[in-house]
Design a protein around this ligand. Structure first.
Ligand SMILES: [Zn+2]
Length: 182
């Protein structure tokens, strides 16, 4: 799930307190034994003293303490954020089986309202939008493969009807599947 970054990219993020990388990775400072999220306002450490971690557990295992200023441990253990990631992962892997947001909430064991609330709180899109985005991404890959026809692709990625596939496809890409293929 988590993307890995090149050390140079992580160092740039630390140096610039880039919050876009928060919780994507963590950095520890060997001389203080403290670890932080990239945007932490503590003094920029020397490059040679910095070590990187993929998650909070890894930092703690290596003997680092969470910084008192940016509290990397708090959000790292946020169970709601974990749930959101779980739902996203479910959509990414089972998009073709999930009929709608109700089938997502059933699988996760939450109500539809709760799933919508979690997305509203932590992401800038709804679960329905995310499901459609993933489906269209997969559809584009299949169109490029050129093995299935448009109608087959629509069903393959989980749309209930061809018209629904065409409508969502046009909404997201600005063209029809046929135009995309060309
Ligand atoms: Zn910090």
């Amino acid at each position: 799930m988590r993307k890995s970054f090149a050390p140079i990219e992580m160092w740039e993020a630390v140096k610039n307190n880039n919050s876009n990388y928060d919780y994507m990775f963590y950095y520890g400072v060997k001389t203080t034994g403290v670890f932080c999220i990239p945007s932490c306002n503590s003094r920029t450490p020397l490059k040679d003293n910095v070590v990187y971690f993929r998650n909070v557990d890894e930092a703690i295992e290596k003997g680092f303490r969470p910084c008192k200023r940016c509290r990397p441990d708090l959000i790292g253990y946020n169970p709601e954020k974990k749930l959101v990631n779980e739902i996203k992962r479910l959509i990414e892997t089972e998009y073709y089986l999930l009929k709608n947001v109700s089938s997502i909430s059933e699988k996760i064991g939450l109500s539809k309202t709760q799933v919508y609330r979690l997305f509203r709180e932590y992401l800038k899109f709804t679960p329905k939008e995310y499901l459609e985005k993933i489906r269209i991404e997969k559809a584009c890959e299949l169109l490029e493969d050129g093995i299935l026809n448009n109608a087959e692709i629509g069903l393959e990625v989980g749309f209930a009807s061809i018209s629904a596939f065409y409508a969502v496809f046009r909404k997201q890409t600005g063209c029809s599947p046929g135009e995309f293929r060309d």
